[in-house]
Design a protein around this ligand. Structure first.
Ligand SMILES: [Zn+2]
Length: 287
């Protein structure tokens, strides 16, 4: 049965102002709103005295100042990067000039994959390459890295077991479904890793874009069903004789914002690649 997806488009915040969302969890949002980033990149600061930064954000002077102001009198012990998209990592290097923390993340496997929607993954290099299950800890905080490729081949989420919480980057967003753009994005892995997160039964997810998601499993199941419905729509388009990505795109998104056209086209391609993986569509749909 179809589950309705309810996206939350409200977000109470001010750019650059720290919002304490829970004990030891503060978020500061960068002023880089777009059709892809919603209101902007949410940088999480975990801890009170020894702090871990997750996704420092884009190279933005005001955001750097806001992070440094909040970090004053605290020790930044780690800088984590959920994935190598340009709204998440570039400020890490600027931040590193003011602290001794190393940058943790996973190098991009497809370095030129997202140029067409303005995201450029060139240049992300971690000091320390993450592996699934790695523990990141200081005297105050312990996090676990969970490898979740799908939105990006480089994607990690970070589990905060003390609060049964997950910092989920762009794997799951609060305000929208996640774009999955091949080849960096992979729908087969994305679906598998949505289920991986559902199986861990978190009480709350903290996405980079959008509001936190409380008791998230219904939401994750709705995201999975939404994709399954999209699979079915595409199969129906093919059965009805539609040929090529553009015809399917028009049939599925008749009133799409032109700014999202390229992303939606690749999203359909991602579904087609998954359907090919599943043996439901023949390998004739590349262009
Ligand atoms: Zn991303």
């Amino acid at each position: 049965m179809a589950t309705k997806l309810n996206f939350n488009h409200s977000l109470d915040f001010e750019y650059g102002k720290p919002d304490q969302l829970a004990p030891q969890i503060t978020r500061i949002i960068a002023n880089n709103p777009s059709p892809i980033t919603f209101k902007g990149t949410g940088t999480y600061v975990i801890g009170n005295k020894e702090i871990i930064i997750i996704d420092a954000g884009p190279k933005d002077k005001n955001h750097l100042e806001a992070l440094l102001k909040f970090a004053k009198g605290k020790v930044i012990t780690h800088i984590l990067v959920t994935h190598s998209h340009a709204d998440h990592y570039p400020l890490s290097y600027e931040l590193q000039k003011y602290c001794d923390a190393k940058i943790y993340g996973h190098k991009p496997d497809f370095s030129d994959a997202l140029d067409d929607i303005g995201e450029d993954m060139h240049g992300f290099i971690a000091d320390i390459e993450l592996n699934d299950g790695d523990i990141i800890e200081n005297n105050e905080i312990k996090l676990k890295a969970i490898y979740t490729p799908g939105h990006s081949a480089s994607h990690f989420c970070f589990e905060f077991a003390a609060q049964n919480a997950l910092f989920c980057g762009d794997h799951i967003m609060g305000w929208s479904s996640t774009v999955v753009l091949p080849p960096d994005g992979n729908m087969t892995l994305y679906m598998k890793n949505l289920q991986k997160i559902a199986d861990l039964k978190f009480d709350i997810l903290y996405p980079t874009h959008g509001a936190p998601i409380v008791q998230p499993n219904d939401y994750i199941n709705a995201l999975i069903n939404h994709r399954l419905e999209r699979d079915e729509q595409i199969i129906r388009c093919i059965e009805n004789g539609l040929v090529g990505l553009d015809e399917i795109l028009l049939a599925i998104y008749p009133e799409l914002n032109p700014a999202l056209h390229s992303a939606a086209r690749k999203n359909i391609q991602a579904h087609l690649l998954r359907l090919i993986d599943l043996g439901l569509v023949k390998n004739i749909w590349f262009d």
